[in-house]
Design a protein around this ligand. Structure first.
Ligand code: PBG
Length: 327
């Protein structure tokens, strides 16, 4: 008898064999493209911290969405950047605010050829940059914020969003949004809850994308990175309050959390590969330090393998093309 008698390498010998035994695949339809649209822009504007990503004009957004549909992505997640911000974030609620206008533009352009989602949070619209309204003492007022989210949800549904994504980490936000949508006649609009959202350093580049004026941090509402059990509690609450899908965010530094959430609930689980995860790979690739395309697919596959059924990623269109070429 020769030794070793068990040889796992047999199944890795050729590309055909490796493809045959591949356990995890990412489909373009599982990718969701986050997109930024800025009020008043004539031309799209590059975001320095996220090479390859832009703030869209209303016009360029329409075109980019058509391109995303053609690439076969499963959905888009819209973020609005208003020209002027105020303490109440009123641009987020205004039916003529940039995000609501953009939702209408996109829906009139592509109908339901892909799932149109909107970020439901105040931070892009507030002058102080927090995800909620501030109490006189400067802390974020949970319950006052809930009332604003309810109005925002109805405005987004009226504009045509198929899915709203409450992302501010206020207690009770999913329940209040569900009730507001139902009461306004939007029982069919789904909720993708940013259920597990950590106070992460990897949001850095996003702050430039939405021109956030935040001073300080979000640690009184976003979760502490060391905590996993707390994430499961957040997810259970959101599902009980009516979340149709739940999200974990960021993705790559929290694969264990994705995996645990997947085990804990029976609703679809999404993960958000955030701006800093994108920027890390782009920066390293720009320096020639790693192979960009391989790294992109490896990160997406890992997030999928951990248990996320859907992935929000700034590479959605490009990755969809890479995946089509591969399978
Ligand atoms: C909140 C929101 C943020 C992101 C998505 N929704 C910012 C934050 O909570 O600090 C970050 C996305 C990214 O970094 O790519 N509206």
């Amino acid at each position: 008898m020769s030794y070793p008698d068990v040889r796992p390498r047999r199944l890795r010998r050729t590309p055909a064999m490796r493809r045959l035994v591949e356990e995890t695949r990412v489909a373009p339809s599982e990718l969701i493209l986050p997109m930024f649209v800025k009020e008043g822009l004539a031309e799209p504007r590059p975001i320095g911290t996220m090479p390859g990503v832009v703030q869209h004009s209303r016009d360029s957004l329409r075109k980019a969405v058509v391109e995303a549909v053609q690439a076969g992505v499963g959905g888009i997640m819209l973020f609005g950047v208003p020209v002027s911000k105020d303490p109440a974030g009123s641009g987020g609620i205004d039916p003529n605010g940039i995000l609501n206008v953009a939702i209408r533009d996109v829906v009139s352009e592509i109908g339901d050829a892909t799932v149109v989602m909107s970020d439901l949070c105040l931070d892009e619209f507030t002058s102080h940059g927090h995800c909620g309204l501030l109490a006189p003492d400067g802390t974020v007022d949970n319950d006052a914020t809930l009332a604003a989210y309810a109005e925002m949800a109805v405005a987004q549904a009226a504009a045509g969003a198929g899915v709203v994504g409450p992302s501010g980490m206020m207690d009770g936000q999913v329940g209040v949004v569900r009730r507001a949508l139902d009461a306004a006649g939007y029982a069919d609009v789904a909720i993708l809850a940013y259920a597990v959202k950590y106070a992460s350093a990897f949001y850095g580049p996003f702050r430039e994308a939405v021109e956030s004026s935040l001073v300080g941090d979000r640690r009184t509402y976003q979760q502490d990175p060391p905590n996993l059990r707390e994430a499961l509690r957040e997810v259970a609450l959101d599902v009980a309050e009516g979340a149709d899908m739940v999200m974990v965010k960021p993705a790559l530094p929290y694969l264990d959390v994705i995996s645990a959430v997947r085990e804990a609930v029976d609703v679809p689980v999404a993960a958000y590969q955030i701006s800093g995860e994108y920027a890390m790979v782009e920066a390293a690739a720009a320096n020639g330090w790693l192979n960009r395309d391989t790294a992109i697919l490896e990160t997406l596959t890992s997030i999928r393998r951990a248990g996320a059924q859907m992935i929000l990623t700034y590479w959605a269109v490009e990755a969809a093309r890479l995946l089509r070429a591969r399978y």
